[in-house]
Design a binder for this molecule. Structure first.
Ligand SMILES: Cc1cc2nc3c(=O)[nH]c(=O)nc-3n(C[C@H](O)[C@H](O)[C@H](O)COP(=O)(O)OP(=O)(O)OC[C@H]3O[C@@H](n4cnc5c(N)ncnc54)[C@H](O)[C@@H]3O)c2cc1C
Length: 401
């Protein structure tokens, strides 16, 4: 006998886990499947997890509605009210300030493990969600009228719709012939937690220079000591070198790459290297299945928007499925799922195009382009209304669609 659900979600990363919580709040019965155990061991500050996410105010509101955000210990969240971006090859400089956009902050930084652990706590309390962890699909059939799944454990499940939240390398996306537009960014991200000599002043610092794109992202201070998470995007061959440099040599390289603004005292967690790939599925839905989060799209992390876009997918899909459920429509029907695709695709494409333009603009060292972009950055910095629009877009308060 197959166990029956309204929705089966494959992938309990940040996006799949949040969709499970919010769909269950809409009175749907959920099966959540992941190949991992779902156990998150939190490090003790200042050994912050190397992977952090900048969370927009729209995502924060969504996480609050899932009872996740308000349960994160305050010592694990760093708010920032300023973003400073500069061109390491010239004099271009832009300063985004929360006050200028009548906002109290521009966003919050939180470790991915902290967010995931808090989501798991909410999931484990919820009787409408059954967990199938350390597990994966052995076989499945999808259709407009319902999906049938057999797990590697031998469990048989059925549901009206299957959500693929299985990340950038989504097996469900490739097995179901979702075409994608994709290419390598020619960048690998080095992520690490470092101690610096002075306060970050609740500011996210980002340098575009010969040394690649380097972000200093604020973390909470501990006992008067100051920490930031760095995401340093460089060509793969450079990343291979940075990964194996001694801690002292690495700290010196970071110090120079950030234009000596901070002395880098130590690394508190080992470095991670993550290859970056732009990918966008040409369709997000087919009969019986919807792609969300990184399974549908991945972008360059330079503006810290990947998870925020995934959370916006969750918001749209939960809205579509809960309304369809109330109307008695079949949740796997293409006409239902296409409403979700219509709600999200243009916005996701707009953000991907913006990141690509930025990445290309700052990849060149041609003197003419450097001169032009510095002039452009200076005039942009003086244009309060344009800056306000960009801040609203990054906060998720305005969209491209
Ligand atoms: C360096 C870096 C910095 C970033 N910074 C930011 C930021 O500041 N802000 C921001 O918004 N975004 C940021 N992002 C993007 C963000 O990390 C991702 O968009 C987000 O984590 C994607 O979440 P997801 O749940 O869609 O996918 P994933 O986190 O990849 O989760 C997929 C889940 O599916 C499971 N799974 C996979 N295959 C299977 C299978 N076959 N069967 C069962 N389970 C399976 C996996 O175990 C995993 O749990 C950054 C990305 C990078 C690389």
């Amino acid at each position: 006998m197959a166990k029956s659900y309204d929705v089966i979600i494959v992938g309990a990363g940040m996006v799949g886990a949040l969709s499970a919580i919010l769909l269950a709040k809409s009175s749907l019965r959920i099966a959540l499947i992941d190949k991992h155990s779902g156990d998150y061991t939190l490090s003790t500050p200042p050994a912050y997890d190397a992977r952090v996410s900048a969370i927009s105010s729209q995502s924060k509101a969504l996480l609050e509605s899932a009872d996740v955000w308000q349960n994160i210990p305050q010592g694990r969240i760093a708010s920032y009210d300023n973003i400073v971006v500069w061109d390491g090859l010239g004099s271009g400089y832009i300063d985004f300030n929360a006050g200028s956009a009548a906002m109290s902050e521009l966003g919050d930084l939180v470790e991915n493990t902290v967010l995931s652990q808090q989501m798991m706590e909410q999931i484990q309390k919820n009787k409408s969600i059954d967990l199938y962890f350390n597990n994966a699909l052995a076989s499945y059939e999808l259709s407009e009228t319902g999906s049938k799944v057999v797990l590697e454990s031998g469990d048989r499940l059925e549901s009206q719709v299957l959500i693929a939240a299985d990340g950038g390398g989504s097996k469900l996306r490739s097995e179901n012939d979702f075409a994608t537009v994709e290419w390598d960014y020619g960048h690998t991200a080095i992520a690490a937690t470092i101690e610096i000599d002075q306060s970050h002043n609740n500011t996210a610092w980002q340098s575009f220079g010969e040394e690649g794109v380097l972000a200093f992202l604020p973390l909470p201070a501990v006992g008067g000591r100051h920490f930031v998470s760095i995401v340093w995007c460089v060509p793969p061959e450079e990343a291979a070198i940075l990964k194996v440099l001694s801690d002292d040599a690495f700290c010196r390289r970071v110090h120079y790459a950030i234009n000596k603004r901070f002395d880098v005292l130590a690394i508190t967690r080992s470095r991670q290297a993550i290859p970056l790939r732009q990918r966008h599925a040409k369709e997000y839905v087919k009969s019986g299945i919807a792609l969300i989060g990184d399974a549908a799209h991945t972008i360059h992390p330079l503006a810290g928007q990947g998870a925020n876009l995934g959370f916006s997918d969750v918001k749209a899909l939960v809205d579509v499925l809960s309304k369809a459920h109330k109307r008695g429509e079949n949740l796997g029907a293409s006409k239902v799922l296409r409403r979700y695709q219509r709600a999200r695709m243009l916005d996701n494409i707009g953000m991907a195009a913006g990141m690509e333009t930025f990445k290309r603009l700052f990849s060149t060292q041609h003197p003419l382009i450097v001169e032009l972009r510095n002039t452009g950055m200076k005039s942009f910095d003086c244009n309060a209304s344009l800056k306000k629009k960009l801040i609203a877009r990054a906060a998720g308060l305005a969209s491209f669609s």
